[in-house]
Design a protein around this ligand. Structure first.
Ligand code: G4P
Length: 533
């Protein structure tokens, strides 16, 4: 176990939230604590503002920013923290889901006024798929939000996760007076500020102490005593094993914009959040302490500079040590590649790095070798599982408006869909190209980028499908028959795997019932395991 010290120093996580709950604000405060930035306002919002839902120019501007903020590494109390950014806009949800495969835990931000929102639900579903440990930060306590007990109940019910309050608020909105830390048994009194400071911490070993009444008034002191007694009775101490298994989520209350309650959460985060975890591969579990290097690509940014067609692949290191200029095995292509300019994201030295350890994310300049989900090893032939492509929900046929640019169009479609924000399908036995996305915005982005980056002009025709299912069968004849009967609904994905496009839930259920020998998969993951086609 050569690198134990390096591994145990690292915490790799993401902040997730429904747009506007306060993810960007909280990110900035965490970076301030880590000394990665000096002033508030230094982190440019990576989100696409509400009013710009169809403004793809805005997205183009954001693309540059989002590469810079994709991974933010900072040091805090001897730990090296890798914070992976996730796009806030729902049309980029798939990008977010995949980034979540590269983290070891998450912080979920919930707006105390709005409670659980649609994107919160979806994101938590993804976390639950992998039992990712979650810490909840209930934000905007300086606004008149829902009652804390009601919020806890709503979150538990809607997100199907057991909560464990770590702090408890005294009122909210104008009357917000602070939070009582149930673990350290001290009271943090609220003051609006933007700098890290813990001057207003009042240590209370006994809540019946009269000084509590002096500070917060009789009514609120009484209420806090009652609440804390109730919470202590119901919850007891935090079971960190259950947290690490993704079964219990510790909860903090605070106000990110006022930098209130953030440090408390960060201090608990470094104490309980997992160091880099073991991960499943096609062969065995690979653990960070394993001597040999391995890692996988979870994100790709194409055409950083359109003139050079360069791309950056984001590699999560999972085991061993990654070294500059050393040859590594690209499992899917079965070839060895080395990287002379691996890029680190340490905020103070965004630079070429010599080495990286499990938990780290390395930026690799790529000329088209990588696809999302690719594995690099020190020679072994396994690949990491659990990095699926999800079924798109919107489908459009690509119509080429400029036949002179057919080659450019094909290249553009292949390269842009390698980024993983959209999926490319080809009509079975034909050449019609179909793009599937989770959000409408993607089509505008693709149309715009095809023109800007490849000179190809396209139009999209909406198709009446609602879901793509990868199909496999042990019985080749049954599969062939199904394909023959359903030709109009059959396409291939980029790897040549067969996909059935369903018009509606009713059609899909009917086909599933009528074809018991065919398996319908809702993610593309299954193909890596060598089934069927
Ligand atoms: P997001 O990344 O999750 O989308 O949210 P972001 O941090 O951008 O926050 C959304 C809005 O909520 C911002 O206001 C931000 O200032 C505000 N906010 C964040 N934390 C708190 C808090 O604790 N209390 C209150 N009252 N507001 C908070 P905005 O007006 O949309 O943007 P801005 O002009 O302030 O940047």
């Amino acid at each position: 176990m050569k690198y134990t010290e390096e591994i145990n120093k690292r915490k790799t996580f993401a902040i997730i939230s429904h747009p506007d709950a306060g993810k960007t604000t909280l990110t900035e405060k965490l970076l301030l604590f880590g000394g990665a930035i000096q002033t508030a306002g230094a982190v440019k919002s990576n989100k696409i503002k509400k009013h710009a839902t169809s403004d793809f120019m805005e997205i183009e501007k954001q693309r540059g920013i989002s590469v810079a903020t994709s991974v933010m590494t900072f040091e805090y109390e001897g730990f090296l923290i890798n914070l992976l950014d996730t796009p806030g806009h729902k049309d980029f949800a798939e990008d977010t889901y995949r980034t979540l495969t590269a983290v070891d835990s998450v912080i979920l931000v919930i707006d105390s006024v709005n409670g659980v929102e649609p994107q919160t639900r979806r994101l938590m579903e993804v976390c639950r798929m992998r039992d990712t440990p979650v810490i909840v930060f209930i934000n905007k306590m300086d606004r008149d939000g829902k009652m804390p007990f009601d919020l806890l109940e709503e979150i538990e019910k809607e997100l199907h996760i057991q909560l464990h309050p770590m702090s408890w608020p005294i009122n909210s909105g104008k009357d917000f007076k602070g939070v009582y830390n149930l673990f350290d048994k001290n009271l943090l009194l609220f003051s609006a500020n933007t700098k890290a400071n813990d001057e207003d911490v009042m240590h209370i070993t006994d809540l019946s102490d009269a000084s509590l009444t002096d500070r917060v008034g009789e009514r609120d002191a009484k209420q806090l005593r009652e609440d804390v007694e109730l919470i202590d009775g119901v919850y007891g101490g935090l079971n960190t094993t259950s947290y690490l298994e993704g079964k219990i989520a510790p909860v903090f209350f605070g106000s990110a914009v006022n930098n209130f309650g953030v440090k408390e959460m960060l201090d608990t985060f470094i104490r309980i959040a997992p160091a880099p975890l073991c991960r499943l591969t096609s062969e065995k579990e690979v653990c960070p302490e394993d001597e040999k290097f391995s890692g996988f690509v979870f994100k790709i940014h194409a055409n950083l500079d359109p003139k050079h067609r360069d791309r950056i692949a984001f590699l999560r290191v999972c085991s061993g040590r990654f070294e500059r200029n050393k040859y590594y095995h690209h499992v899917r292509l079965d070839k060895d590649i080395r990287f002379s300019n691996p890029y680190s994201f340490l905020a103070r030295q965004k630079d070429v790095i010599e080495e990286a350890y499990p938990g780290d994310v390395v930026g690799l300049f790529d000329t088209g070798n990588f696809k999302i989900g690719d594995t690099l090893t020190e020679g072994a032939d396994f690949y990491f599982t659990g990095i699926p492509s999800f079924s798109p929900e919107l489908f459009k046929e690509v119509v080429n408006k400029d036949p002179m640019k057919t080659k450019q169009l094909e290249k553009g479609l292949l390269q842009l869909t390698d980024e993983g924000v959209a999926q490319l399908f080809t009509q079975h036995g034909g050449n019609r190209k179909i793009i599937g996305c989770v959000g409408d915005l993607q089509f505008e982005v693709i149309q715009y980028r095809l023109l800007q980056e490849y000179g190809a002009s396209v139009q999209f025709n909406t198709l009446p499908f609602y879901k793509a299912c990868w199909i496999t069968s042990e019985d080749k004849k049954k599969l062939d028959d199904f394909i023959r009967f359903k030709t109009a609904n059959i396409v291939s994905d980029k790897d040549g795997h067969l996909v059935y496009l369903a018009q509606s839930e009713w059609f899909l259920n009917t086909e599933i019932t009528n074809n018991p020998d065919i398996t319908f998969h809702f993610t593309s993951e299954i193909h890596k395991e060598g089934y069927g086609v």
